[in-house]
Design a binder for this molecule. Structure first.
Ligand code: HEM
Length: 499
């Protein structure tokens, strides 16, 4: 009996392998070099996820700047030459992002697919509302973040000049989740400290599972993630949102838009809100963590950024303003050039979002002159910015953190070269073209406000570091990388500050 079972299993495995070998794609004329590995379905996914950067560089050595890799059931054509990015980004009709993004988002956050014939709610119209994350509405958002962050820091009960010790990532999560939730979704007329603290804990648990959900592992196999996701969605149902005060205009309009469609249930709308909330904090929190961490690790950067902050605070008569009542405008934040450069340098180090497009038809992707490739319908095309961010031809000693790398003559530096050619795409934490993050200005200002208030109000330093903090590459391709462990830090009110 046991022998029969073993033989059957063996035969099954052989049959699978034979099918996989026979089903292997054959490269056609004009198609890029193909790397498909031998493992059925997975292809080279394990090699890729182990160290994407090293894997892509080794493929580049073998095949040049354009090649196709079979990854978890998908053929992905990587374009590694940054001078070719624009040809991918411009082709937004044949190389689509929205369908792919909606598909992913609906699986991860549990909301219905928009643009579905059964749910004819226009994703395009929903996207137009993201314009309210810019212009005049951005100024209002900045004001809200200032107000809410001052309030949040005041709650930390730091009334004396005694040191208080904390964990940096935890501190960033606690603070940014509360401040972002209040600034976007408004504040409750009642005390909601307990609920917000639960929201933060659940958000972190869900976020830990995010890479697995993106990898399409069924949510049922991920312990209690489905229940946690439901709990999180419940924060956004209309009953909870209706009574909130000072909701951001972008959310108010989005809520109105979603609620006018009878095809969407309350739960569906809430899941859409949750997806946006995740987008708003999922990357901003780790980016803030790294920006603070690098500043604390590099005293010359810390001093330059703090001097600049003090200068702006003083010039705006905020230097002696009571702590926890600091108010700065967008123009004031724009004038923080050292800080802006330090944040860009942080993005260069830690952002690893892969820009993906899906080919809508068999077609020829033309680059300059007679360079072109054939693509098949359903195949993906990918740009992987970390390779540009770490390219020694573009950034001198790319492995070294230089807070002033993105400034020149007292202004933001925007000219970078590879060889002797000027680059259009040298820093891409926020995606590109049709997939460009609509919250990018809000995110940068939020990080600036956080650092301005923390450095303006507190003395702050890393306490002890037993081991070197590294990036956890488990999120490579998905956004800002997380640290592989916590960092202990301490802070106290700066001497000479009024309370
Ligand atoms: C440091 C912080 C942030 C980073 C690094 C970041 C990065 C990105 C990236 C790379 C994408 C494109 C995704 C892709 O190509 O698959 C994206 C999309 C998006 N981001 Fe952000 N983001 C940040 C903060 C924010 C904030 C604060 C908001 C909103 C308030 C936001 C809202 C969105 C939305 C709604 C999308 C989807 C857009 C679409 O479907 O076309 N993001 N973000």
């Amino acid at each position: 009996m046991a022998l029969t079972l073993t033989v059957s299993l063996l035969l099954g495995a052989v049959a699978l392998l034979v099918c996989a070998v026979l089903g292997r794609r054959r490269r056609r004329d004009g198609e890029p070099p193909l790397e498909q590995g031998w493992i059925p379905y997975l292809g080279l996914a394990l090699e890729f996820t182990r160290d994407p950067q090293a894997f892509l560089l080794s493929c580049q050595q073998k095949n040049g700047d354009i090649f196709t890799v079979y990854l978890a059931g998908k053929y992905v054509t990587f374009i590694l030459d940054p001078f070719l990015y624009q040809f991918v980004i411009q082709k937004n009709k044949q190389l689509d992002f929205q369908e792919f993004a909606m598909d992913l988002s609906s699986k991860v956050f549990g909301h219905p697919h928009l643009n579905d014939p059964k749910i004819p709610v226009s994703n395009e119209q929903l996207h137009k509302l993201y314009n309210y994350l810019q212009g005049k509405e951005l100024n209002n958002l900045i004001e809200s973040v200032m107000r809410n962050l001052n309030h949040r820091l005041n709650l930390e009960q730091l009334k004396s000049t005694e040191w208080k010790t904390d964990k940096l990532l935890d501190f960033c999560y606690r603070t940014m989740i509360e401040v972002s939730f209040a600034s976007l979704y408004g504040t409750s007329p009642c005390d909601e400290q307990k609920q917000i603290s639960e929201l933060m804990q659940k958000f972190r648990k869900f976020d830990k599972m995010f890479p697995y959900l993106v990898a399409k592992i069924p949510i049922k196999l991920l312990w209690n993630t489905k229940r946690i996701r439901e709990d999180l969605i419940n924060y956004f149902i209309s009953r909870e949102l209706d009574g909130r005060l000072n909701m951001a205009f972008v959310i108010e309009k989005r809520k109105e838009f979603l609620e006018q469609h009878k095809y969407l249930q309350d739960h569906d709308i809430a899941a859409h809100h949750f997806a946006l909330f995740w987008a708003a904090v999922g990357n901003t929190v780790p980016a803030t963590f790294w920006a603070m961490y690098y500043l604390m690790k590099h005293p010359e950067a810390f001093t330059a950024v703090r001097d600049e902050i003090d200068h702006v605070l003083q010039s705006k008569d905020q230097g002696l303003a009571p702590v926890f009542n600091i108010r700065l405008s967008k123009e004031d934040l724009d004038s923080l050039i050292n800080l802006g450069s330090a944040i860009n340098e942080t993005f260069r180090f830690c952002s690893a979002s892969m820009n993906i497009r899906v080919s809508q038809e068999d077609f020829t992707l033309k680059f300059q002159e007679d360079r072109r490739i054939q693509l098949r319908k359903g195949d993906c095309v990918a740009i992987y910015p970390p390779l540009v961010h770490m390219d020694p031809e573009i950034y001198n000693h790319p492995e070294v953190y230089k807070f002033d790398r993105f400034m020149e003559n007292g202004k933001e530096k925007t000219t970078f070269y590879k060889g002797d050619k000027k680059l259009r795409y040298y820093l891409m934490p926020f995606g590109s073209g049709s997939s460009m993050c609509p919250g990018r200005y809000f995110a940068i200002n939020e990080i600036k406000i956080f650092i301005t208030l923390i450095l303006g109000i507190f003395d702050i330093e890393i306490v002890k570091e037993e081991k070197l903090i590294k990036q956890d590459i488990n999120r490579a391709g998905l956004g800002i990388l997380h640290p592989n462990s916590e960092v202990c830090f301490r802070y106290r009110l700066r001497q000479g500050r009024k309370i």
